[in-house]
Design a protein around this ligand. Structure first.
Ligand code: ADP
Ligand SMILES: Cc1ncc(COP(=O)(O)OP(=O)(O)O)c(N)n1
Length: 266
């Protein structure tokens, strides 16, 4: 079985972060492992607190996994602060990591800064050049490039620029624009777009985490970058189509819809 590691924050309500990543890995039939960078007190209405995990324990978690287990892909999500970014960088570099998907998580949908503003430079400097693929949403791509993004052409330019910063591939997610949900990949030579109709729902908590984890799972299984994204895009579209409400705010996507349906549970 392929083994995939997420290095990310915990979301207590289970819609995003480590919890979304592990559900996505399971739904893809890969074995999921986790290095927790921070614990958030979070529900469907917002983020109410964050406790960062010490650099020592982050380093320990990464080391014990790589010393023991062959890791087929890694996904990095919430990294919170500069010290966390540096320790992830320094520790991962000691190992032959592969298929590294960096989701440069910055601000939650509810507006909470999951990356401290002064850590943006470190994320660009340390994590982007290590990445096989970087998956910013519109706001994150604007912060990384320092340029406004209002449509397709700007997304294309941002993807090229992020590739030039050292990432092998850059995928700009268009979930926050209007019209179809269009994501743009630059592979160093060509631009490819991945489109789906926009689904009308409030329940989109954890969409970015889910997409990046699905891509990491598909890369671990040996798919090419374009196949990995195409399959992940189909997965997130289905997960959003069957999203549901669990509280008073933004609900999660549905990871096991197909599984439950086939088992006659829905
Ligand atoms: N309402 C929607 N309908 C269909 N696809 C969506 C919708 N919202 C987001 N997506 C897709 O979900 C994925 C995550 O995108 P996005 O929500 O922009 O990321 P993030 O959660 O990091 O802000 C992308 O593939 C995007 O196109
Ligand atoms: C612990 C944690 N990590 C990441 C996020 C952001 O996840 P994302 O997929 O971008 O979803 P939204 O916050 O936009 O719903 C998070 N909220 N918590």
């Amino acid at each position: 079985m392929k083994k995939v590691l997420t290095i990310a924050g915990s979301d207590s309500c289970g819609g995003a972060g480590i919890q979304a990543d592990l559900k996505t890995f399971s739904a893809h039939g890969v074995y999921g492992m986790s290095v927790i960078t921070a614990v958030t007190a979070q529900n469907t209405q917002g983020v109410f607190g964050v406790q960062d995990i010490s650099e020592e324990i982050i380093m320990n978690q990464i080391e014990v996994i790589f010393d023991d287990i062959e890791v087929d892909a890694v996904k990095i999500g919430m990294v919170s602060k500069t010290e966390t970014i540096k320790v992830i960088h320094d520790t991962l570099r000691k190992y032959p990591y592969k298929n590294l998907v960096v989701d440069p998580v910055m601000v939650s949908k509810s507006g909470y800064h999951l990356l401290q503003p002064d850590a943006k430079k470190a994320l660009i400097h340390y994590l982007i050049p290590m990445a096989t693929l970087v998956t910013p949403n519109i706001l994150e791509a604007e912060v990384i490039t320092g340029k406004r993004i209002t449509g397709y052409k700007d997304m294309e330019k941002a993807a090229v620029e992020i590739h030039q910063m050292g990432a092998q591939y850059a995928l700009i997610k268009g979930g926050h624009l209007e019209g179809d949900a269009m994501d743009i990949l630059f592979d160093g030579k060509n631009v490819t777009s991945f489109n789906s109709p926009r689904i009308s729902t409030e329940n989109t908590h954890g969409t970015g985490c889910t997409l990046s984890s699905a891509i990491a799972s598909n890369l671990a299984k040996g798919h090419s970058i374009k196949e990995a994204i195409e399959l992940a895009k189909n997965y997130i579209t289905m997960a959003i189509e069957h999203s549901f409400s669990i509280g008073k705010g933004v609900g999660p996507t549905h990871h096991f819809y197909q599984l439950y349906k086939n088992a006659g549970l829905l």
